[in-house]
Design a protein around this ligand. Structure first.
Ligand code: XMP
Length: 511
């Protein structure tokens, strides 16, 4: 197993993700770990992450000395390379050319790290992000690759199996990044790539038990895969110390409430508090048309209901949340003033207000990994593969005023659209697909009569992370079929349009 020592880089979790992709077991721990902790962990290899510090600062973090006494391969990345050099007798200095972003490295001599990837003299594109650079190598080391600004872009001491990279192999912009990590794990450290999601599950359960102890935990279910996986893990870890609460806002898609309730109560036999709060939410939303106000009302009402339910349970110590790694990166790297395009953090104030500590077992995972973990936990495919769904639910897909009748109209149109998408085998190719009910009426003709009813817009996009998106290019015949079914089967809609806007400049949701 690999010990990743974290020096505070925003990419540290990406190193772990790449190792998991290579099926190598790893754990991230702070660089402040003691020698004893390192020895006890008994790693087969160590990776020192990047970090924002400079080795010149008085309080610059260093790797525990035990790392270099274990006799195992060590890979230092960026700051990790620098501290390794400084600790082993080399010299690091501020660089006159700070290098950020793309750079070209050239291989200077053969090295196991680059085996099968680059030949001497060949170049490859890498991602740099550093101010300091290594100026003199410790004894035993030699340069392996250079870039225009770094004569020591890659260095090695092959006898001791110590390697250093000034660039970041863990980010996708480094062409041969993943292969470099594979060479380090398999050729150099001779690890076997036999780690599995089953092992991750056991590790996650053990960590939850350690964190939560005998405290009581509450977990809110939304109907999405993240909260379902969180709840299943927590249940496996602490059993009856967990209470799952499902606040039904009345703003979910057709049939979803029943699905969630039966999944937990019947399929998994996990007790579930189902709060039917549809009337309350609709009442508070009456007459409200502004999207941000809708979000605020829903977020606030959700917290009220959740708090009331948790008061019934008695003392609760922990709130379990399905925060994923991309949410964590976003909240770290976008610090400072920024324009609110949409307020996504629906229930942001919950833990503070209820004085709960947070347990977030998915914090280091990406969406596709959560899905894999969901499968491992026995979550049915219909939940595992489900498209993302916004916290405020259909409220932000009903433009204008929200009424019970309009919710039902949209639920029917959306159900038909998704049925057809599934029937055409397209569901998994699409990131999100949904219908939007517009506050616009148009004239139509049905039989001998004139109609004057609402317009429904269909949206479908492909995306990797929801940050950017392309509209999905359905065939005209498919859209024709959906439009015809919606107008014929849903009373209240007499016209259907398709949204051909990508993001940017559009957003995925209409509000
Ligand atoms: P936009 O519309 O900003 O959406 O392109 C990007 C992703 O975020 C989801 N979304 C939300 N999720 N609360 C949420 O939990 C919200 O208020 C919210 N608004 C948008 C959207 O469905 C898409 O996946």
């Amino acid at each position: 197993r690999v010990l990743i020592l974290d020096f505070g880089s925003q990419f540290t979790q990406l190193i772990a993700r790449r190792l998991r992709e290579l099926r190598v077991f790893c754990e991230i721990h702070p660089c402040t770990w003691s020698d004893e902790q390192v020895r006890e962990f008994a790693p087969h290899a160590v990776i020192l992450s990047g970090g924002p510090a400079s080795t010149h600062e008085a309080a610059a973090p260093t790797a525990p000395e035990a790392v270099f006494a274990l006799g195992v391969p060590v890979l230092g990345i960026c700051y990790g390379e620098q501290t390794m050099c400084a600790q082993l007798g080399g010299r690091v200095e501020p660089s006159s050319h700070r290098e950020f972003g793309r750079a070209e490295i050239e291989l200077l001599r053969e090295c196991p790290l680059f085996d099968g990837l680059l030949r001497v003299g060949e170049r490859s594109s890498v991602w740099m992000s550093h101010g300091d650079r290594v100026a003199a190598l410790p004894e035993g080391f030699h340069p392996v690759a250079q870039s225009p600004a770094s004569p020591f872009a890659a260095i090695a001491d092959e006898t001791r199996h110590y390697y250093g990279l000034q660039f970041h192999p863990e980010v996708v912009h480094t062409e041969i990044g993943k292969e470099l990590l594979a060479n380090f794990c398999f050729r150099i450290a001779r690890l076997s790539g036999d780690w599995s999601m089953e092992a991750y599950r056991a590790q996650a359960v053990a960590r939850i038990r350690e964190q939560v102890g005998d405290g009581k935990v509450i977990c809110g279910l939304s109907g999405g895969v993240d909260s379902a996986v969180t709840a299943l893990l927590l249940h496996e870890a602490v059993g009856e110390q967990l209470t799952c609460v499902f606040v039904d806002t009345g703003l979910l898609r057709h049939g979803e409430v029943e699905q969630i309730v039966s999944l937990f109560r019947e399929h998994f036999n996990i007790p579930l508090v189902h709060v039917d709060a549809g009337e309350l939410f609709l009442g508070k939303l009456a007459g409200v048309t502004d999207p941000e106000r809708k979000r605020k009302i829903i977020g606030g009402t959700f917290i009220d209901v959740f708090e009331e339910e948790s008061a019934k349970i008695g003392t609760v110590d922990w709130l379990a949340q399905g925060t994923l790694y991309p949410d964590v990166i976003e909240s770290v790297s976008f610090r400072g003033p920024s324009v609110t395009i949409k307020s996504h953090h629906n229930v942001g104030g919950l833990p503070e207000r209820m004085r709960l500590k947070l347990v977030e077992p998915l914090r280091e995972l990406f969406k596709d990994e959560v899905r894999e973990l969901g499968r491992e936990l026995g979550l049915p495919e219909i939940f595992v593969g489900r498209h993302p769904f916004p916290g405020p639910g259909l409220a932000v897909r009903i433009l204008g005023e929200i009424t019970r009748e309009r919710v039902q109209i949209l639920q029917q149109a959306d159900r038909i659209y998704l049925e057809e998408i599934r029937a055409a085998g397209l569901y998994d190719e699409i990131w999100q697909a949904f219908a939007v009910l517009l506050p616009v009426k148009t004239v139509g003709v049905m039989g001998d009569g004139r109609t004057y009813e609402a317009v429904c817009a269909l949206r479908a996009v492909t995306s990797v992370d929801g940050m950017t998106a392309d509209f999905y290019p359905f065939e005209a015949a498919f859209l024709g079929r959906v439009a015809s079914r919606i107008v014929n089967e849903v009373k209240g809609i007499n016209r259907v349009t398709y949204d051909y806007t990508s993001k940017p400049p559009g957003t995925i949701e209409w509000e």
